[in-house]
Ligand binder design. Structure first.
Ligand code: UDP
Length: 235
């Protein structure tokens, strides 16, 4: 599998075409941003962690029946993935209050949500990824009713599988963000990444943060936290 033209460079990843029009290569960078790009930095080795951890999670989810874009890990930082049209939504799944939800609703971080909470944001950097509901999504044609329902159902299923897995490695899965893509034949599959950049992981005993909040909040020990998550996954 050879990298051809650079298709897209985002904040944390580059996407290349390959000789196969249905396969892209994702290359993970060490660049870190927060607050919609306002805060910039580098987390040494993050690209390797996010690549390997995402692939580990995608393989686990595939085994449990969740279709994903994962094809093959090519090296430490690069992975072949299925070509999809990304649904322009970020799906946030919340088990406990944290971050923007804690601020918005005045809930202390760590407060359990009585029911799993799903939120959608419109993927648009210029607008700062504003939260939208089903009505906005349908009115703007971002997804169909059937696609929204499928995405919600898959997200809840993924949450259950991830909760079980992370519990087994003594990690409390607080919340996370998912993105989905549509294949040529209209199938909705899981895309993007699952990593300490996109999930909140707290040590189940001590509550220590093992994710990007250490970078966002200038807590130090960022690289160490990413490395600790790799260790818990046996990577
Ligand atoms: N998240 C993400 N990308 C975003 C926004 C959020 O991966 O652009 C993840 C974030 O890491 C956390 C969850 O989604 O695990 C919920 O984030 P929240 O809405 O609390 O926003 P934040 O406090 O990170 O601004």
């Amino acid at each position: 599998m050879q990298k051809k033209d650079l298709l897209y460079e985002g904040k944390a990843k580059k996407v290349y075409q390959t000789e196969d029009p249905q396969v892209y290569i994702v290359s993970y960078k060490d660049d870190a941003t927060a607050f919609n790009g306002l805060k910039k930095g580098t987390i040494v080795g993050k690209g390797v962690v996010n690549n390997q951890m995402s692939n580990f999670m995608f393989r686990l989810l595939e085994k449990k029946g969740i279709p994903t874009h994962y094809v093959e890990e090519l090296n430490d930082r690069e992975t072949a993935v299925k070509r999809v049209d990304i649904v322009p939504l970020e799906v946030i799944v919340r088990n406990k209050a944290a971050g923007s939800l804690s601020k918005r609703l005045g809930l202390a971080e760590g407060t359990p949500m009585g029911e799993t909470v799903l939120e959608f944001s419109y993927k648009n950097d210029d607008l700062g990824d504003p939260m939208v509901n089903d009505y906005h999504i349908l009115a703007m044609g971002l997804a169909t009713r059937e696609e929204i329902d499928r995405i919600a159902q898959m997200s809840l299923q993924i949450n259950q599988l991830m909760l079980d897995f992370f519990k087994s490695v003594n990690v409390d899965l607080i919340d996370f963000k998912l993105e989905f893509g549509k294949t040529q034949d209209g199938q909705i599959i899981l895309a993007d990444e699952i990593s300490p950049d996109t999930c909140r992981f707290w040590d189940a005993d001590t509550g220590e943060k093992l994710d990007k909040d250490r970078f966002r909040r200038d807590m130090g020990g960022v690289e160490e936290a990413y490395a600790e998550m790799m260790k818990r996954l046996g990577l």
